[in-house]
Design a protein around this ligand. Structure first.
Ligand SMILES: CC(C)(COP(=O)(O)OP(=O)(O)OC[C@H]1O[C@@H](n2cnc3c(N)ncnc32)[C@H](O)[C@@H]1OP(=O)(O)O)[C@@H](O)C(=O)NCCC(=O)NCCS
Length: 235
């Protein structure tokens, strides 16, 4: 992945992903390509974030969290004109991180495999999701349990060779939308359907409540390395 640091204080190996939406920045961080000293990364984190990093049992998970959070702070610092380490992050009712004492910007984070995805949006709440498209032994059982009936039907109608790709396209689209709403995937998974197209999705509410919540929502696929799927949503 090409290196494109945005400032001397942001030595991250990240790539900007393109979007047609003004005021939206999407960055893909390759954790495996990063080699800064752990202490350098940890120094950018708050005391709570450092404690959380220390609780990860796997070194790879610790580094992925710490690097993504440090990269997020760097981007938010650039967006707000404040020092990255001075930013105070807090959480919404379902755990979605947001900036304390600030009108924005909105942001969201996802990580999977060796990649971290960060989305920053000036005007509307954003949700992002990236998944390593690993083999899942019970893919159909998961789709039946968590997808809407419409999505499940669309998945099983595909040729077997196309199903894994479609499964992750649907999964990342649903999760990005629910993360934009801030609820996470704890509720609402079957209250709307997504249908992946080449670059974007059609979004179809299945309930009155989601018709209201998703009015004006936009959901797009992101071009990420092979073996990954990713999407971002604005609500
Ligand atoms: C949050 C959730 C979407 C994470 O899904 P995942 O596929 O395991 O992980 P991802 O890498 O895609 O996303 C993780 C990031 O999502 C963000 N996040 C956490 N809660 C979120 C929420 N409710 N909405 C949007 N984003 C959220 C965080 O930034 C987190 O990264 P960080 O911990 O490094 O800061 C999922 O665990 C979930 O929906 N949980 C239910 C929410 C809930 O009920 N939480 C109760 C705790 S208050």
């Amino acid at each position: 992945m090409p290196e494109s640091p945005t400032s001397p204080g942001a030595p991250f190996s990240w790539r900007e992903l393109s979007t047609r939406h003004d005021g939206v920045t999407l960055r893909l961080l390759d954790v495996a390509a990063e080699a800064p000293g752990a202490s350098e990364v940890l120094a950018a984190l708050s005391v709570e974030e450092q404690a959380r990093a220390a609780r990860f049992r796997s070194e790879a998970d610790r580094l992925r969290f710490a690097l993504t959070r440090a990269a997020l702070r760097s981007l938010l610092g650039a967006a707000t004109g404040r020092a990255p380490e001075a930013l105070v992050l807090t959480m919404g009712p379902h755990g979605k991180p947001c900036l304390a004492n600030a009108d924005g910007p909105f942001f969201n984070v996802s990580h999977s495999g060796s990649l971290g995805l960060i989305g920053i949006s000036r005007q509307r709440p954003i949700g992002v999701d990236i998944e390593w498209t690993r083999d899942i032994s019970d893919m159909h059982g998961i789709a039946e349990a968590y997808f809407s009936a419409r999505e499940h039907r669309a998945l099983v109608a595909l040729a077997p060779g196309e199903q894994k790709r479609a499964f992750f396209a649907i999964w990342t689209g649903k999760e990005a939308l629910l993360k934009a709403l801030g609820t996470g995937i704890g509720e609402g998974l079957q209250e709307f359907s997504v249908a992946p197209k080449a670059e974007a999705y059609s979004v179809l509410p299945e309930t009155q409540s989601f018709a209201r919540r998703l009015a004006g929502a936009s959901l797009e696929r992101l071009e990420v390395p092979e073996n990954y799927a990713a999407a971002f949503a604005l609500v």
